[in-house]
Design a protein around this ligand. Sequence first.
Ligand code: NAP
Length: 266
Amino acid sequence: MSLNGKTALITGSSRGIGRGIALKLAELGVKIAIHYYQNELAAKESLAQVRERGSDGFIIQADISRPEEVSHLFKQTQSEFKTLDIFVSNARPEAHTFYKTPMDITLKEWDIAFNSQSKAFLVGVQEASKIMHEGSRIIAITYSAGSRTGSWQPWVGMGSAKAAVETLMRYFAVALASRGITVNAISPGPTQDGLLDSLPEQTQDLIKEWHTQWSPMGRLGTPADIGNAVALLCMEEASWITGQIICADGGISLMNPELPLELQLG
Ligand SMILES: NC(=O)c1ccc[n+]([C@@H]2O[C@H](COP(=O)([O-])OP(=O)(O)OC[C@H]3O[C@@H](n4cnc5c(N)ncnc54)[C@H](OP(=O)(O)O)[C@@H]3O)[C@@H](O)[C@H]2O)c1
């Protein structure tokens, strides 16, 4: 599989899943616009790793909660790359900025979640489509467990915002279908090197141990797993897949908490 000579803008590619996506696409010959918010050093490290893989790109800063900064991202990308083949909407603010239960979340925290997700995706796709052409790919990184369920109470803001992104993704898929641009979402299962690594060590250990017990593949995801899923959707052969949520989660979303685990896993 080669995507040689193509260009991609990946928001939040200074670290975590975004970096994993950047490195996989770089391996396949894609030039990458590495976007970051505050962590310029990490963005430079992502770019260095892109270059180690024989590709190239540039780094760019923006607060994706601000529509004018999202627009600027695409203007800068156009001036560097001329056109854009792949846009991955991946960035997400730090959990402490929105992590509150339904009864406690403030409007400010709610807006942080929605501005950084659905509003950023709305503006991002509108801008991306101006510099895209037939065969281009738009991919939103969501978390569909948070959109479908209500159990992780302090995730209400981000879960609702990601649900809005998933809905918007379907509307854009129809809007851009006649131009041969596909719009999909990838929903990772719990993945190392991102939010999880910022949790206290004891919580991390609990989560890792929990996953070895009940998840079908018995492990957490890696940024490379999500990079691989993005790469598959970017292949020419994926041109008939649009408006879908692909769960890249080792089968986690197939499990049913209504039944005891012994019955589920046989
Ligand atoms: N990790 C998981 O287990 C998991 C599971 C399901 C879905 N996801 C989704 O996957 C995506 C990436 O998650 P992650 O855990 O890899 O994230 P992460 O490691 O916490 O990285 C977040 C990225 O977003 C950027 N960012 C933060 N606030 C921003 C802002 N206001 N404006 C622009 N960029 C901002 C950060 O830039 P700086 O480096 O400059 O701060 C960083 O590049 C998210 O959409 C998340 O919801 C993650």
